[in-house]
Design a protein around this ligand. Sequence first.
Ligand code: B4P
Length: 190
Amino acid sequence: MLNIIICGAPGSGKGTQSELLVARFGLKHLSTGDLLREEMGKNSPIGQEARRHIEQGQLVPDEMIARLLAEAIDKAAGEFRGLILDGFPRTVTQAEMLEEMLKARKLDIGLMIDIDVSEAELIDRLLKRGESSGRSDDNIDTIRKRLSVYHEKTKPVSDFYRKQNKYAAIDGTGSIDQIQGRIVKALQEA
Ligand code: B4P
C-alpha cells in the first residue's frame, strides 16, 4: 500500500498535485486544511476554535488536528489503496504522533514529497487564489504570518523523514503537469 505525505509552504500546490495523484493512483486524499474548513463550515466547536487560529495565520493545536485526522483515516478504512496526507504533519510533534497513529493501524509512510516554491511566487499564487476563494486567510498579512510559521515549525519536519530515507524534494515551479511528472518520477524511484 502506497502512503505518502505531501508537504510544502502555503500555496506550493499540495492540494492541486494531490488531486492529480488521486486520479492516477486511486489514493485516498486527506487534507487537514479541508477537514478544518469542513468543521468551520459546520460551525462546530472544533471549527470555531480552528477559525481563531487560521485567521491569525497560526497552526491549530497538534492534538486537535491529530484527532481529526485519525477519525478521517478510520472513517475511510477499507476503501483506499493508499493515503495522501496533504498538510499533515506540519510540526515535528505531529510527525511523532503520526508514527504512533499509523503503527496502531498497521500502516506506514512510503515517502514525503516536499514541494519547493520561491516566496515571491507563493505570495503571488495565494493573493490570486484569495480573489476567488473567499478564504479569510488568503490576504497579505495572514499570508506573511503563515509563511513565517511554515519556516519555523514545518520546515524542520523534512529532517524527520530525510533521516529515515523517506524524503524527496520537488521543484514546484513550472506547469502543473511538469510538477506532477517530477512527483511521479520520485515515487517510481522511491
Ligand atoms: P491548507 O488548506 O493546507 O492551506 P494551504 O497550505 O494554503 O493550501 P495548499 O498549499 O494546499 O494550496 P495549493 O498549493 O493547492 O491549510 C490551511 C490552514 O489550516 C493552515 O494555514 C493552518 O492554519 C491549518 N492547518 C492545516 N493543517 C494543519 C496541521 N496539520 N496542523 C495545524 N494546522 C493546520 O494551492 C495554492 C494556489 O496555487 C491555488 O490557487 C492553485 O491553483 C495555485 N497553483 C498550484 N500549482 C500551481 C502552479 N504550478 N503554478 C501556478 N499556480 C499554481
